[in-house]
Design a protein around this ligand. Sequence first.
Ligand SMILES: NC(=O)c1ccc[n+]([C@@H]2O[C@H](COP(=O)([O-])OP(=O)(O)OC[C@H]3O[C@@H](n4cnc5c(N)ncnc54)[C@H](OP(=O)(O)O)[C@@H]3O)[C@@H](O)[C@H]2O)c1
Length: 315
Amino acid sequence: MRAAIHHRFGPPDVLSIEELPPPRPRPHEVLVRVEAAALNPKDVLIRKGRYRVLSGARFPMGSGFDLAGVVESVGSRVHDRRVGDRVFGMLDGFRGRTCAELVAIRADHCAPAPEGLSFVEAASLPLAASTALQALRDVARVGPGDRVLLHGASGGVGVHAIQIAKALGAHVTTTSGAHNLERCASLGADVTLTYDDPATPFAAGARYDAIVDVYGNRRFAWARRGLTARGTYVTTVPSRALFLDVARTAFTSPKARLVMVRSRARDLETIASMVRAGALRPVIDRVLPLESIAEAHAHLETRHARGKVVLTIHR
Ligand SMILES: NC(=O)c1ccc[n+]([C@@H]2O[C@H](COP(=O)([O-])OP(=O)(O)OC[C@H]3O[C@@H](n4cnc5c(N)ncnc54)[C@H](OP(=O)(O)O)[C@@H]3O)[C@@H](O)[C@H]2O)c1
C-alpha cells in the first residue's frame, strides 16, 4: 500500500510516498481503506522532531491522525463495526499513520461517518472538533448563557470551537487575523475582534466564563483579568508556566486548565449528531492529493490555515 512516511526529522521535503506492507488489524481494531486524511499542527511538530520524547525516533515514521474511509476488515473482538461501513476516526498517541491507503485503528476510536458528508469533510472533523468539544464541554463546562472568548478562532480547532460553543448555548467572542473576522462571524461568533492587542477582548470591562486560548500563545496571567470569579482558562498548548498555574488553581477560582484531546467514539457520535442537526459544518481550507503531502505540511506550518487541510488518498 502507498503511505506518506519520513526517514528522519526535518522540513516538509523529508516526506515521501512509498510502498509499505499493509497493516494487520489486531483483535480490537478495524482495517480502514482510507479515502481522506486531515492534517493537524501535531503532524508538523512530530515531523520536525519536537515531540521526539513522545513519538520516539523509530523510522520510518508516518503522518496523520484523522481519517475517513470504508471498513475493509474487522478484528475478532470487534462486534459493532462491519465490512463496508463508512467511518471517520482519529488515532491517539504520537505515531501518526493515516496518510496511507490502509490503516488499522481501534474500533472505539472511530464511528459511523456523518451522513451527507463527503469523505474529505468527514476526515476534517475528528481531532479538531474533538479538541473543541472536550475543551468547551468537559474542561470549561460551558453551558447556556455563558460568555466565551476564543483566542485564535479561525484555524483548525477554532472553526469548530465557534460552532460548538454556540451549540452549547454560549455567547461567543472570537479573536483572529483581520482577514478572518467575516469568517468567524459566518460561523456564529457574536463579537469578532483581532488578536493584535492583547487588551482588546477585555476593553470596557468585558468578562468571560470561559477563555479558550486555541492558538496557545497567551498565559493565564493574561486571561485572569477577563475571567469571572468562577471562570476557566483553557489552553491547547502545555508549558511549564501552565502546569504551575494549574497546580495553583487546583482548589481556587478562576482556574487554569489544559485540554489534551482523547479519541472517543462517543464524542465522534456527538460530533456526527451536531452535523446532522445542522449545528456543525466542516470548514476546509484546501484539499490536496496524498502526493502533495509536503505542500500540505508547508501550508499548515504557516499557522494561517483557514480551517482544515485534507489529503485525498485514492487516485
Ligand atoms: N492539546 C491538544 O489536545 C490539542 C489538540 C489540537 C490542537 N492543539 C494545538 O492547538 C493549536 C491550534 O491548533 P489548530 O489546528 O487550530 O492550528 P492551526 O489551524 O494551525 O491554527 C491556525 C490559526 O492560528 C491563527 N493565528 C496565527 N497567529 C496567531 C496569533 N499570533 N494569535 C492568535 N491566533 C493566531 C491563525 O489566524 P489568522 O490566519 O486569522 O491570523 C489561523 O487561523 C496548535 O498549537 C495545536 O498544536 C492541541
